[in-house]
Design a protein. Structure first.
Length: 347
């Protein structure tokens, strides 16, 4: 299939006869600017095929070709959090024709279940943001009062971990995506405000390289003003033991009309931190890998220490009280504070 790659209704690139032509570099997705690999770009926008509900969804939608590229092309590669999409070369489609306007398949994507499957399979609808809703957890986009909300499955400990990290980050003055408890899930509002800005994951400029020093070096080249928020994000990852900060769950926000990098995206996706996989045994944080990685960054550039805030036991207990969920509070306090105390923050 030959097509244009679009940013809203502006052609930014062309894919024809398996050849990529970049037409408007400043408005094109960063990954395509850096690599020109259109097929892989499409694959990165596809729902995770290993999610059980992904398979149910594709079956209900009667997709005859279920590979990642075909799945994405079936909805013109549209996502909720950016304005990029693809248009066949001979098409007169406009962006408003392909944008998502309903959450009809949300329950099937989040919960599975035969009733949801049967309802979806008997529908004449075929376009859903769930086909481009990436990530390994069962999740969905729900539309509420004209705003998109992500719902992601979470048990009690995962809910606590996500919400505690959000509240702690907010308490420290960090740029955080807000989280709320739901029914066996956590909920967060789309931080792009229905693609008022383009979210570009760090994968677009780092590929799979999540090394802290390498990321800071790259940000110095393309968006040095985002470095403070990046340091704060990985500082928070360190003290709450979030090992899952990869290049698809942080990134940049860009102006849709100019392509200018505005800021680091709000800190999101912390449901594998703290007690999400059970209470940690290494409460004292001895030989802690995340602490070591963060201290290596501070040794590389000691000037980054100025972005590390003060943290006290009182701060942690205040946030625990605010979250108001049943957990082993003393363990949480000791664990977080021990991580903080091992950071080489002397200024």
């Amino acid at each position: 299939m030959d097509f244009y790659i679009m940013n809203r209704d502006i052609v930014v690139a062309k894919w024809e006869n398996r050849q990529f032509t970049l037409l408007k570099k400043e408005l094109a997705p960063l990954y395509l600017v850096n690599t020109g690999n259109v097929e892989h770009w499409l694959e990165t926008r596809a729902i995770d095929e290993h999610r059980a509900n992904s398979r149910l969804l594709k079956k209900a939608l009667r997709l005859t070709e279920r590979d990642d590229i075909s799945t994405v092309i079936s909805v013109n590669a549209v996502t909720i959090t950016d304005n990029y999409w693809i248009k066949p070369l001979d098409s007169d489609l406009a962006y408003d024709d392909v944008r998502f306007d309903n959450d009809y398949f949300a329950n099937l994507a989040l919960r599975g279940g035969y009733d949801s499957f049967n309802k979806a399979a008997n529908s004449k609808r075929s376009r859903t943001p769930e086909l481009t809703n990436i990530g390994s957890f069962e999740k969905c986009w729900k539309l509420k009062d004209g705003e998109w909300w992500m719902h992601k499955t979470a048990d009690h400990n995962q809910q606590f971990s996500e919400i505690f990290v959000y509240e702690l980050g907010k308490h420290l003055g960090f740029n955080m995506a807000g989280y709320e408890r739901g029914d066996k899930c956590v909920k967060t509002k789309d931080f792009t405000d229905n693609a008022a800005v383009n979210f570009e994951s760090a994968y677009g400029f780092m590929n799979d390289n999540e090394d802290y020093i390498d990321v800071v070096k790259k940000l110095r080249e393309i968006a040095p003003h985002t470095i403070p928020d990046y340091v704060r994000m990985i500082f928070l990852d360190t003290i709450v033991a979030n090992p899952d900060r990869h290049t698809n769950n942080f990134g940049l926000l860009r102006n849709v009309k100019t392509g200018k990098i505005l800021s680091l995206a709000p800190n999101f996706d912390n449901n594998m931190a703290l007690i999400s996989r059970g209470y940690p045994k290494n409460i004292e944080r001895k030989n802690d890998a995340l602490v070591r990685f963060f201290n290596q960054l501070l040794a590389f550039d000691p000037s980054l220490k100025k972005y590390i805030p003060n943290l006290t036991e009182q701060d942690i207990r205040m946030v625990l009280k605010q979250v108001n969920m049943k957990v082993k509070s003393d363990i949480i306090v000791r664990f977080v504070l021990n991580g903080y105390n091992q950071i080489a923050r002397d200024k």
